[in-house]
Design a protein around this ligand. Sequence first.
Ligand SMILES: Nc1ncnc2c1ncn2[C@@H]1O[C@H](COP(=O)(O)OP(=O)(O)OP(=O)(O)O)[C@@H](O)[C@H]1O
Ligand SMILES: [Mg+2]
Length: 283
Amino acid sequence: MSNENKTRIVLFISQKGGAGKTVNIVNLATVSYYEGTKGIAILDCDTQKSALKWSDTFRTDKLRKIEAFFPMVVGPSNDGSIQDTIDYLAEYSNEIWVDTAGYIGDDATNAKRILEEVIPLADLIVIPCKASRSDVCSTVDTIRFVEDILSVNGKSDTPRCILGSDIRGNDKGYGYFLKLFSSDEQFKEYSAQWKMIKSYIPSAAQFVRNVDIGGTAFFPTRVKSVITASIGAYQEMMALLGIKNRNQSEAEIIEGLANLGKVRKKAMQETIEMHEDQEDQSE
Ligand SMILES: Nc1ncnc2c1ncn2[C@@H]1O[C@H](COP(=O)(O)OP(=O)(O)OP(=O)(O)O)[C@@H](O)[C@H]1O
Ligand SMILES: [Mg+2]
């Protein structure tokens, strides 16, 4: 099966809380939708269930009416393994975004067990990181944790990257972010394996407010700078998976946004079909 057809599992991890896992997942999954990906699921493995809360509680009725993208957000099943949940989702999803907890804990915690189970299943591992020294230190700790698990499972060739999150939307902000990593002695050992995603998601208060009420960078207010950066980030991430020719250009995506009525109808239709498929399978 070519990379284009296989279900992609994109895992977000950072042991530091508030690094931007959840907001970037909902945002990049939305970009993916507009890039033409059919069937997108968000699997929320965080015991705090932030992504599930985002989809079920934060979203206002008004937003539900205008938001074109209806991501399916689910939690892992209580009785099966995460692998079982992923296998089930993979039947009708081309892309699964996996959110995880912002802490690892010790051997006795569920958070650690979940990460040990899910890391070897990922096709792409993403650590979002903000531009501060303490965030970079914590990222290096997360890298070590991930590297150990990959190596024990013979998965050291899994593509992996660090995604700049909450960086001032100018070259200076990103330059500072890169400098923090290049001047970190501990990071040198890993820099060859971890790609820095240049197309960072810039800091934008409006974007955060959108996510806060259950939207994305796209709704209810469009944050053009975030949309442009998100498209770049998404495409760089797909390139790491060997997927180079996405079918939409940035201009087409933006044009698609302008054509909301049609897109919304299509999204609703796809969601209805997905639910029908699910019901058929559970019968
Ligand atoms: N690109 C961004 N621009 C501005 N602020 C951001 C950005 N990304 C994250 N933030 C801020 O960081 C906060 C935490 O983000 P988020 O909840 O996604 O982190 P998280 O890694 O999922 O946290 P947790 O580990 O607690 O689940 C957001 O409420 C937001 O204020
Ligand atoms: Mg979160």
